[in-house]
Design a protein around this ligand. Sequence first.
Ligand code: ZN
Length: 206
Amino acid sequence: MTIQVESTTDSRFGTNSYLVEDDQTRDAVVIDANLEPDHMIELARERGVNVRAILLTHTDLDHIAGIHELREAFGDVPVAVHESERFVLEEGKPLRREFGPIATKIDGVVTFEETYRAGSLEFEVLHTPGHSPGGVTLKIDGCLFTGDALFAGTVGRSDFANSDGGALLEGIKTKLLSEPDDVVVYSGHGPKTTIGRERRINPFLT
Ligand SMILES: [Zn+2]
């Protein structure tokens, strides 16, 4: 299996949504649903893929805002999330006490286990909490989708009430930096990087 990764970025928060597709079967998933889902819908149509699921690295609003429109376009595909943030989607409750309530209840929510399969794509699910309690990194075919845990040259915010800066660094060091140098990191914001580059230059990880 070879996978292809494409991305869209919204103009408001610079949040990345990723389209991950299996070259052979045309099965695909969307990772994170930024504020401009139209771009992702267009991209998926251009690529001619079958989107099988929406996978969430965590449930901050800028990563879930586009879910309803994506599901209107792609059918009622499952939305997968870590168990500890499932309530955000199912009950429409805010992830952060610092922000006002968000009223975006979603049905069809499923909980990540150690792996997640969508059509011919199988992801390994690594719990990388700290930016938020249910932060996950999704691993497939030499690629890591790290959400807001690890970025090129920096790490995610951990100044929210339900953040944990120690857990964030611990998870990155034990679960992500243990990967080989050439593994590609696709973050929730900003450009892609590699594990080798972050090991060398990321000032938060040395
Ligand atoms: Zn974010």
